[in-house]
Design a protein around this ligand. Structure first.
Ligand SMILES: [Zn+2]
Length: 269
């Protein structure tokens, strides 16, 4: 009994996805390269450190706005395969960004402290990306994802990467949609993610992206790396990029289901 208690006490406290998402979105809008975006990145960096991950910060330019970054927490396993779970940290100006996308950050934070328990079958990169919102950056690309996908490629992603999953708007409206620009469900990408959902009773449906996709998975796919997005379902997000995307709209159950589905996908062979 004493030993079990000691082990529990030493295990990193896993963050509650709802508490993290409410906290970040209560700070107000977090446009790319702003001080608030940096503050949210700082919080995620502390969460990754506390969880015992190896933390890297990848800086990049946001033309006309300044500098942003990706905060990357690495969990190594004896295997060479790699899975990436990412969520964008910035919001549109004027939008507190509770669902878009403090919800995704909350789930990433919750996963960080649980990785030992999840026992992932591949190396994991958890990433709080920057500068996703193209309505603000004016860039054709999601800039953080572009930098991250290039970094993954230089770390052998063509050979190692099973999938990169963007969590974007996972804080309400279920069943979730899994989205990707693939022409059909691929066995090792969409099928693997859908199966993970059904194993833990998280309803999920694949819906092909219109064109190249509107979240951080897009830049991976454009580089030929497998990726998808988990996000809002058929109801869409009526408060996307608006002042009404407030913390009170977040549904703790949705966040818990997104966390559970992603954990199952990381655990899978
Ligand atoms: Zn988003």
């Amino acid at each position: 009994m004493m030993l079990a208690a000691a082990v529990t006490a030493e295990a990193p406290a896993s963050a509650d996805p709802h508490i993290v998402a409410v906290r970040i979105s209560s700070w107000g809008p977090c446009p790319a390269a702003s001080d608030r975006e940096a503050r949210a990145h700082g919080l995620m960096e502390r969460v990754f450190h506390r969880a015992g991950l190896r933390v890297g910060v990848q800086e990049f330019r946001v033309p006309g706005h300044g500098r942003s970054r990706n905060v990357i927490g690495v969990y190594d396993t004896p295997r060479t395969c790699l899975r990436i779970v990412m969520a964008h940290t910035d919001s549109a100006p004027g939008a507190p960004g509770a669902n878009d996308n403090a919800s995704g950050l909350g789930v990433v934070a919750a996963l960080a402290g649980r990785l030992t328990r999840i026992d992932p079958r591949c190396d994991v990169w958890l990433v709080a990306t920057g500068a996703e919102e193209r309505v603000y950056t004016g860039s054709p690309d999601h800039l953080g994802a572009l930098a991250l996908a290039r970094r993954a490629r230089s770390h052998g992603a063509r050979r190692r990467l099973r999938w990169a999953l963007s969590l974007d708007e996972v804080g309400r409206d279920r069943p979730f949609w899994l989205r990707s620009p693939a022409s059909a469900v691929r066995p090792t990408v969409e099928r693997a993610l859908l199966d993970a959902g059904s194993r833990v009773h998280v309803p999920l449906r694949w819906v092909r992206d219109e064109s190249s996709g509107n979240s951080d998975h897009r830049e991976f796919e454009l580089l030929g790396l497998p990726a998808a997005k988990l996000g809002v379902g058929a109801g869409g997000e009526p408060c996307r990029h608006m002042a009404c995307d407030r913390p009170s709209r977040l549904d703790p159950k949705s966040l818990m289901l997104a966390r559970r589905m992603t954990a199952a996908a990381l655990r899978a062979h």
